[in-house]
Ligand binder design. Structure first.
Ligand code: PEP
Ligand code: MN
Length: 341
């Protein structure tokens, strides 16, 4: 940690500060520049946790060196984490998650599951508890939806991921789901994150719609700190001033987060754009950006979908897209090989 002292900081103020740091068992290295004095603190930073250094007279800025997301950080683990969901291994090869926005009835979820599997998806998605902006919109089928999703997944041979919105339902969701999704609106619901960590199920953590990358990684830290290492991050777009698309899909977060963290990162181009005609292009771009997977909303009859009809692609388009995604992934892998002389 570094402390930058205020211009004009008196020797008494500086001494009081140094004494407080040394009393906590740390030592200091003082650098006197032309304009500013900088104090480097040597030792275990955690010992200063309860000392509000920024409130000492003479201190302009406190610059911590430790990341606020220690376990999620690359510093804590040099190799990439791999998260197993049924037979899928997220972080190893390209993993494709597909299914409807919501589980609506037994026929449509089964059709979607079979189509997803046939096209090459590895995991089936579908919401049973739906976070809807209006309370009058379809809220999901609850436990019946969880059952239908699990049964459709079994029938098609796919593990399932579904959202938990409430700590009261987390146990129920964990009973039926192979992976628990924490949605964008709940990314900073710390009680829910702690409860999700306790289930021991893999967690798909969506980026908050107006969250920074640091906040997203700190949310992941709650899961890791809660004892659950099976965390997959999902970029799903952030809010913007532009109403032409539902969200702005921040694909730069993919290579950025892969530098900052060892956790796998996937992309959801469906919520990221909100428009079916943009989904395939952004899925291809996501894979090109280095995503470990994509999550795509598909619906056998989008005109009858009860939620997010505007962004669902039909199974035929999905089936055309999947081989393109694998082809892009292969190009990336080839280009990652060392060039022989
Ligand atoms: C979803 O995937 O069903 C969903 C509601 O996504 P988000 O939380 O990203 O809006
Ligand atoms: Mn949706």
């Amino acid at each position: 940690m570094f402390l930058v002292l205020r211009h004009g900081c008196t020797p008494e103020e500086r001494n009081r500060l140094v004494k407080a740091i040394e009393a906590a068992g740390l030592s200091v290295q003082i650098s006197e520049g032309h304009h500013r004095i900088v104090i480097g603190i040597v030792g275990e930073e955690d010992r200063l946790r309860d000392i509000p250094l920024e409130r000492f007279p003479g201190v302009e800025k406190v610059v911590p060196l430790k990341s606020p997301y220690r376990l999620a950080s690359r510093d804590s683990r040099s190799s990439d984490s791999i998260v197993g969901v049924g037979s899928a291994r997220i972080g190893e090869g390209l993993v494709i998650i597909a299914g409807p926005c919501a589980v609506e009835d037994d026929d449509s979820i089964l059709l979607a599951a079979r189509a997803a599997r046939k096209a090459g998806a590895h995991v089936l998605r579908g919401g049973a508890f739906k976070p809807r902006t209006s309370p009058y919109d379809f809220q999901g089928l609850g436990e019946r939806g969880l059952k239908l999703l699990r049964d459709a997944g079994r029938e098609a041979g796919l593990p399932v991921v579904t959202e938990a919105m409430d700590t009261r339902h987390i146990g129920l969701v964990a009973e039926y789901a192979d992976m628990i999704q924490i949605g964008t609106r709940n990314m900073q619901n710390y009680a829910l994150l702690k409860a999700a960590a306790e289930t021991g199920r893999p967690v798909l953590l969506k980026r908050g719609r107006s969250s920074t990358v640091t906040e997203w990684l700190c949310a992941a830290e709650y899961l890791l700190d809660g004892g659950n290492p099976q965390v997959v991050l999902c970029e799903r777009g952030v809010v913007s001033f532009d109403t032409a698309v539902r969200n702005v899909l921040d694909l730069s977060s993919v290579p950025l987060v892969k530098r900052l963290s060892h956790l796998p990162v996937i992309v959801d181009p469906s919520h990221g754009t909100g428009r079916c005609e943009l989904v395939a292009a952004m899925a291809r771009a996501a894979v090109a950006a280095g995503a470990d997977g994509v999550m795509i909303e598909i619906h056998p009859s989008p005109e009858r979908a009860l939620s997010d009809a505007r962004q669902a692609i039909v199974p035929e388009e999905f089936a055309r897209l999947v081989p393109e995604l694998f082809a892009i992934r292969e190009v990336l892998q080839r280009s990652a090989q060392p060039v022989l002389p």
